[in-house]
Ligand binder design. Structure first.
Ligand code: GTP
Ligand code: MG
Length: 197
């Protein structure tokens, strides 16, 4: 899919105030610093569309971007970041869960996980929660450029093996790097396929 336009629409912490348009929507979620905002920039070919930072906790609101004037990409705050105060963390969790349970336009979530790590409790819990709420999701392995080809393959296989302890089958997944652009076409084609179904 060719991205001919990608524009920021709005940021807020209240799902009721999100855009009213019933356009298909795809949301990026995962632990702080996993690379959600960077991935949105990579997919849309825009350097600073979504704000990124080396420090976790950069994205603090629900950010809507409209792509090709026909569908939304949503950048969300990370979960599970210990350094924001406990009360801030609670607010994140509250509006993140409100977003996922109330946003009827949401077609699919992408749960981002760092390809270097084994399944983290918080990610497993979040995927479980999505499953229980019947919210379709794919896993996105990020930062693939940080590993050699062999090590990457070993890591992914290990991740799948561990997922199969909890899931009957491995959820749909993508392997990406925001620095090299790996995975871009696969994700955009996947979204395009759903949008044109
Ligand atoms: P929060 O908004 O804080 O939840 O973080 P985020 O998940 O949006 O992460 P962000 O995109 O801001 O990236 C965090 C850090 O990881 C930045 O320093 C990025 O440059 C780096 N990063 C993100 N993706 C990649 C990648 O694919 N490869 C490499 N090498 N670094 C990456
Ligand atoms: Mg971010």
């Amino acid at each position: 899919m060719k991205i001919s336009s990608a524009d920021f629409v709005m940021s807020n912490s209240d799902v009721a105030k999100c855009p009213k348009d019933k356009l298909p929507e795809y949301a990026f979620i995962g632990r702080s610093n996993v690379g959600k905002s960077s991935l949105i920039n990579m997919l849309t070919h825009r350097k600073n569309l979504a704000k990124t930072s080396g420090k976790p906790g950069k994205t603090q609101l629900i950010n809507h971007f409209i792509i090709n004037k026909s569908w939304f990409l949503v950048d969300l705050p990370g979960y599970g970041y210990a350094k924001v105060s406990k009360s801030t963390k609670k607010v994140f969790q509250k509006f993140i869960t409100a977003y996922f349970s109330k946003r009827t336009q949401l077609v699919s979530a992408f749960v981002l996980v760092d390809c270097r790590h084994e399944p983290q409790k918080i990610d497993l819990e979040f995927m479980q929660w999505l499953g229980e709420h019947q919210i379709p999701f794919s896993i996105i392995f990020t930062k693939a450029d940080k590993l050699s080809k062999n090590k990457l393959e070993t890591q992914i296989n290990m991740y799948i093996e561990k997922m199969l302890l909890y899931w009957e089958e491995m959820p749909n997944y993508f392997i990406t790097s925001s620095s090299s652009g790996l995975g871009k076409e696969d994700i955009l084609n996947y979204i395009n396929q759903i949008n044109t179904e």
